[in-house]
Structure formats: structure tokens, C-alpha cells
Design a protein around this ligand. Structure first.
Ligand code: 1GP
Length: 231
């Protein structure tokens, strides 16, 4: 599954706390996107995670859990991505919650299905930034240094530039991409049209589309076209 991760160019991120009709879910899962990721910054529970997983399992698309709280970790996903929020002000969000989870469940971890993501959160107004106390007042050199930290020092397989809720600085995304040596660059935030998806797909390796699924499904489905441009 680690290899599949390297191929994915477009991922839809579904929030288990938000309502999505069966018809909308079917269209998302059959859109041609590479994978769906289940995750959110708040309101994610074991029950709503398992419920969404069971609905996604009606389709053949790979399904990833992005682990944001250990109460919501459920078996049965194809892959698990674990964020380390590199610019969080509290160590808990960098390695603290993770250490406590491993203390309890270290023997049970499906290591072959797990990978860490080096998150750099850049929209200070987002729930993720507020929850983690992320330091988002960063200049380009700061961001590039976090990218180097993730890629070269920690050798994380994924660097995730997270602009959740707003479309980011594509010039900066491109600069980050250019300093990465081995990590794959995920970009997420504010992709709400085919044009923005195409711009983000040029700058990053993998684009993540979230919010627009719930606000304008037709536009969300259009973002999958960016994948075809890259193929
Ligand atoms: C959120 O990066 C994802 O974690 C996607 O962002 O919801 O703004 O599309 P949006």
C-alpha cells in the first residue's frame, strides 16, 4: 500500500461529522479520484468513522483513515496516515498524542499500513491551526526549513502543506516541492474548481479536496480533471 501512496494524485477528504447523501458519496467514490481519506479536525468519533467507512466500502476506491484522535481509530481501512504537526506550539500535536497511543496500543499497530505525514499548517484561521496552536506567521524560509526537517532529517514519506479553508500560495508550494528529496508533497486547502485543482496539481504531487464536496458537489467532481492533466 505504501507504493500506492506514491501514485495518488487526487484524494477526496471526507469529514465523518458532515452529512453526505448516498448519491453524493457514490459520485465521489466513482469520480476517478485515486482515494478517499476520512478525517477531520473536530467531531470525529469511532461511530461516525465506522459508519462512513462501511458506506465507502460499497465501492472499490482505496480508503485511508487520517488519524486525528485515537478514540476514532477503527480497523478495516486500507491505509492509515498519522499527522505530526511540525509547526504546532504544543508538543502533544508533534509527538505527544502519538507516544501515548503507542504506549497503549503499540503491540497492535499495523505497521505496514501506516505512514506519518509532516504537517505544516499555514491558515491560522482554520480549525486545525487553532486546535494545535500552530504558528502560522511563517515566512518562506521558515516553511522551507520545516520541509527540510520533515524530508531530510525525519525522513517522513509525506509533507502536507495544509491551507484548509483557503487557497494557498502556489509559488511557495512549488518552492517546497523543489527542496524535497524523497517525501511526497500533499497540498490541501481551498481547491473548489478545476482551475485551482490544476494549479495545485502542478505545484504539488498530490492534491486533497475537502470542503467543496459539501458546498458544491459538481465543482468538487470537476477537480478530478486535474489528475488527467497530470497523467
Ligand atoms: C483539509 O487539506 C484539506 O484538511 C482540504 O482542504 O477543505 O479547504 O478543501 P479544504
Amino acid at each position: 500500500m505504501q507504493e500506492a501512496l506514491l501514485e495518488w494524485k487526487h484524494i477526496f477528504k471526507l469529514d465523518p461529522e458532515r452529512e453526505l447523501s448516498d448519491e453524493a458519496l457514490e459520485r465521489i467514490c466513482q469520480s476517478g479520484s485515486d482515494a478517499v481519506m476520512v478525517g477531520g479536525s473536530s467531531g470525529v468519533t469511532y461511530d461516525n468513522t465506522v459508519d462512513l467507512l462501511s458506506r465507502i466500502r460499497c465501492f472499490s476506491i482505496p480508503c485511508i483513515l487520517e488519524v486525528s484522535s485515537r478514540e476514532a481509530v477503527a480497523p478495516g481501512f486500507d491505509f492509515y496516515l498519522v499527522p505530526l504537526v511540525l509547526n504546532a506550539s504544543e508538543v502533544d500535536w508533534v509527538v505527544g498524542h502519538h507516544q501515548r497511543a503507542l504506549k497503549d496500543y503499540g503491540q497492535l499497530m499495523p505497521w505496514d499500513l501506516l505512514a506519518a505525514e509532516g504537517y505544516i499548517i499555514l491558515n491560522g484561521a482554520s480549525t486545525a491551526a487553532q486546535l494545535t496552536g500552530s504558528r502560522t506567521e511563517l515566512d518562506a524560509k521558515d516553511v522551507l526549513a520545516y520541509a527540510l526537517l520533515a524530508d531530510r532529517l525525519l525522513r517522513l514519506p509525506v509533507v502536507y502543506l495544509e491551507y484548509s479553508g483557503t487557497f494557498g500560495d502556489m509559488e511557495l508550494v512549488t518552492r517546497v516541492k523543489n527542496v524535497l528529496h524523497q517525501a511526497r508533497l500533499f497540498y490541501g486547502g481551498g481547491i473548489d474548481s478545476a482551475a485551482k485543482a490544476a494549479r495545485a496539481a502542478q505545484a504539488a504531487d498530490t492534491i486533497i479536496v475537502g470542503n467543496v464536496i459539501y458546498e458544491d458537489l459538481e465543482q468538487a467532481l470537476q477537480t478530478v480533471k486535474a489528475k488527467a492533466l497530470e497523467d
